[in-house]
Design a protein around this ligand. Structure first.
Ligand code: ATP
Length: 197
């Protein structure tokens, strides 16, 4: 099975690209979705988080109290590191399992926002980076979410630089244009991936 990683900075257009490919029948592994999955009630990771941070971070119904957990790690870098050391290996393992398990699809795509930062490129045959200038990223995120420019810049500063991310790509999608231009590039890339099979 051809394994394709998909990444890009905040608001670059990853989810948009992923949806178009999914609509073509391509199996999608969504890292953000898996990150939420591993802390569902009954999951070992949630149990470990509760053991580490106390049952205060659980709601009465057993779900993770995200607001409470966010407050705990907000001003405590050690707690943040501890939380990440519980969650990251499980998220990683599950992403790679889902990629390995994919069947009935010409190729499998994994949408991983921190693909470059977290050293995933080695697992993939192709790495697609969705790229656009930073001002466009900021404008699109502001149009989508209620986030201040400072918050967006903070997230961008915590991500790989545009240069480093693009350097990890086997294929770059230029999403500085309109949606029609994006779709044309996806179509072309899809055909070129199919031709590799
Ligand atoms: P995040 O990392 O924040 O989850 P993302 O990389 O998945 O973001 P999308 O959610 O796909 O990015 O795109 C960001 C926003 O920009 C969305 O509201 C999307 O509809 C819009 N968008 C994406 N591409 C274009 C485009 N070419 N023209 C106009 N709007 C676009």
């Amino acid at each position: 099975m051809l394994k394709v990683g998909l990444t890009g900075g905040i608001g670059s257009g990853k989810s948009t690209v992923a949806k178009v490919l999914q609509a073509k029948g391509i199996t999608l592994v969504d890292a953000d979705k898996i990150a939420r999955e591993v802390v569902q009630p009954g999951e070992l990771a949630l149990q470990e988080v509760a053991e580490a941070f106390g049952s205060d971070i659980l709601l009465a119904d057993g779900n993770l109290d995200r607001t409470s957990l966010k407050q705990r790690i907000f001003s405590d870098p050690l707690a943040k590191t501890q939380l990440e050391s519980i969650l990251h290996p499980r998220i990683r393992q599950r992403i790679l399992e889902r990629v390995e398990e994919a069947t009935d699809t010409p190729y499998v795509v994994a949408d991983i926002p921190l693909l470059v930062e977290n050293n995933y490129p080695q697992y993939f045959d192709r790495v697609i980076v969705v790229d656009c200038p930073e001002e466009i990223q900021i404008a699109r995120v502001q149009a989508r979410d209620e986030m201040s420019k400072a918050q967006i810049l903070n997230i961008m500063a915590s991500q790989a630089t545009r240069k480093d991310r693009n350097a990890a790509a086997t294929d770059i999608i230029d999403n500085s244009g309109d949606l029609a231009s994006l779709k044309m590039q996806i179509e072309k890339l899809h055909e070129s991936l199919l031709s590799l099979l």
